[in-house]
Design a protein around this ligand. Structure first.
Ligand code: NAP
Length: 229
């Protein structure tokens, strides 16, 4: 049976690249995008029998509507990549950060992935060995927190907490949940000076989504190697 994968934030950057790689590996890929136009464009880029679904991870209603639509198209979800993210406050001191900014960033980077897992759980449970891959960051490591990238760092630190708690809760159901840092990657988010190509950044995500031993769960990886929280 063809394996299935849903990738959020698949319109561009690491999400689009990961979608292309999983498609090449034979997965039926569903691209999570924020508009029909973005979906049509991304489907063309990936090709094959790729489909898209509109999903805004900052809105629970959008997430549950997407889960219902996807449930009408596939009978099980083998891979869920929580990739959608925002990076809104580089250069803002923690001393000047606002409650509103933390709220906005957490809605997308932290609560989004959690609610996506909750909404797609019925489909993940139908896979014999499902995997959830949360795209985190070295900025979310305890040793990597920057006081000048405040809401992003804390949102990824908390996302890693979500990974640990979901892994614990879902281990007995054979659903692996891990975090991965792609490194500093030349996307719209990472900028032109980043040290890695999109292909290099996506490689560790694809490994965790498709190749890593399934018993690995509740861990944080970069380049296929475990790293510290
Ligand atoms: P990107 O090029 O800026 O792409 C971000 C993606 O997230 C876009 O597809 C965007 O969709 C989507 N998105 C943003 N808010 C969303 C929402 N509320 N609902 C659904 N989709 C939303 O970023 P990237 O570099 O590929 O980053 C992907 C992931 O890797 C992020 O989680 C990021 O934190 C992580 N990461 C990146 C780097 C890096 O150096 N690039 C380093 C560490 C971690 P639209 O096109 O609709 O805006």
């Amino acid at each position: 049976m063809q394996k299935t994968a849903l990738i959020t934030g698949a319109s561009r950057g690491l999400g689009l690249q990961t979608s292309q790689e999983l498609h090449k590996r034979g997965y039926q890929v569903i691209l999570g995008v924020r508009s029909n136009d973005a979906g049509a464009k991304a489907v063309q880029t990936v090709g094959g029998n790729t489909q898209f679904v509109v999903i805004d991870v900052a809105e629970s209603e959008s997430i549950f509507a997407a889960a219902e639509q996807v449930g009408q198209r596939i009978s099980q979800l083998d891979v869920l990549v929580n990739n959608a993210g925002i990076y809104p406050d580089e250069g803002v001191s923690i001393l000047d950060s606002t409650r509103e900014q933390f709220h906005e960033t957490f809605e997308t980077n932290t609560f989004g992935p959690l609610v996506v897992v909750q909404a797609f759980l019925p489909l993940l449970r139908k896979s014999p060995a499902a995997r959830v891959v949360n795209i985190s960051s070295g900025y979310g490591q305890l040793g990597g927190l920057s006081a000048d990238v405040p809401s992003y760092c804390l949102s990824k630190l908390a996302l890693n907490g979500v990974t640990l708690m979901l892994a614990d809760k879902l281990r007995s159901e054979r659903i692996a949940v891990n975090s991965v840092c792609p490194g500093w990657v030349r996307t719209d988010m990472g900028g032109a000076n980043a040290t890695r190509s999109i292909e290099e950044g996506a490689a560790g995500i694809v490994w965790l989504a498709a190749e890593a031993p399934h018993e690995l769960t509740g861990k944080f990886f970069r380049d296929g190697a475990e790293i510290e929280w």
